[in-house]
Design a protein around this ligand. Structure first.
Ligand SMILES: [Zn+2]
Length: 310
């Protein structure tokens, strides 16, 4: 069994996407626009595939089923693969949206809730995102603002630059702004309740569906605050732990029986070696490493995102 395998992503052509995942992140697809690249995914809406070794072309779900134990001990606490890692390129503003927590998601949608973290990779000058409310508000006021088309006045908007991190707990209203490219680590869920979509129409000529009632059910009306960032760790919650490491000389990384690791090269060009296996990861590429007490070596120049269950 190969312990480290490269992954092939799944692409999404949502209407707000752009060109940068192709031009800056090496994504080989004709898809236009190119909005998302799902790097580490076992979600039924888009599964990454194994792209190296003898199991090439299996979906990650099939690979995990074929190799019991590959996810590690901590994965036993979850009834499905807990996380999803994706690149997002917003040429246009994404809808203003909110995601439910697990209790609501499982009850109403039979899907997990969604807590997510964003690591900003590129941002055009003046690029902004939406993150919670500017001040404490309530259901009535928000409902009225949505009806009158002035919800944006209540929302907290923030300028961003590369390297910024935003932790978005389920229930937090949010929106990625035009000109931002980021990598998102999220719970394994695809439930989004839109509350405002800039009155745009989709490819079919219709406006995309809003879910105002459900959104108001799950929304947190307080201004959101950001947890303090410690060292390489950009986020740590029960569903995922994420670290970003600069690599400029041979670096040794640890892995344990507790959890698999998903690794993504977010800048530069790297080589990852474990035992007899070496894979190359250039900017934009990802790999999956089986949980076991072991080490692997990363060489080259760049930045590596490492995700696991803690
Ligand atoms: Zn979201």
């Amino acid at each position: 069994m190969k312990m480290i395998v490269k992954l092939k992503p799944v692409f999404k052509d949502y209407l707000w996407g752009g060109e940068k995942l192709r031009t800056h992140y090496g994504k080989a697809t004709d898809m236009m626009p190119l909005a998302e690249s799902w790097e580490l995914s076992c979600h039924p809406d888009g599964q990454s595939k194994v792209a190296s070794g003898t199991n090439s072309d299996l979906t990650l779900t099939e690979y995990v089923e074929m190799h019991p134990g590959t996810l590690g001990h901590k994965a036993r606490n979850f009834d499905r693969f807990p996380m999803l890692v994706k690149f997002i390129d917003a040429q246009l503003d994404l809808s203003v949206q909110v995601h439910p927590d697990d209790a609501y998601g499982l009850k109403v949608e039979n899907e997990l809730g969604k807590t997510e973290v964003w690591y900003i990779l590129d941002a055009e000058a003046d690029a902004k995102l939406i993150m919670g409310f500017e001040r404490e508000t309530n259901k009535e006021e928000v409902k009225e603002a949505i009806k009158n088309g002035n919800l944006l006045d209540l929302l907290h908007q923030e300028r961003v630059q590369p390297g910024d991190v935003f932790f978005i707990e389920s229930g937090t209203v949010h929106g990625i702004g035009a000109g931002i490219t980021l990598i998102e680590i999220q719970q394994n869920s695809n439930i989004t309740y839109r509350v405002y979509d800039y009155d745009r129409v989709g490819k079919d000529g219709n406006k995309r569906k809003l879910d105002v009632e459900k959104a108001l059910d799950v929304m947190d009306f307080k201004p959101s605050s950001q947890p303090e960032r410690k060292g390489a760790t950009i986020a740590s919650c029960e569903y995922f732990h994420a670290e970003i490491h600069p690599v400029n000389q041979d670096s040794e990384f640890q892995i344990t029986e507790d959890s698999f690791q998903g690794i993504t090269c977010i800048d530069g060009a790297l080589k990852c070696s474990q035992g007899q296996t070496t894979i190359e990861l250039i900017k934009g590429e990802s790999a999956f490493i089986t949980a076991e007490n072991n080490t692997y070596t990363v060489t080259g120049q760049g930045q590596l995102l490492v995700v696991s269950i803690k």
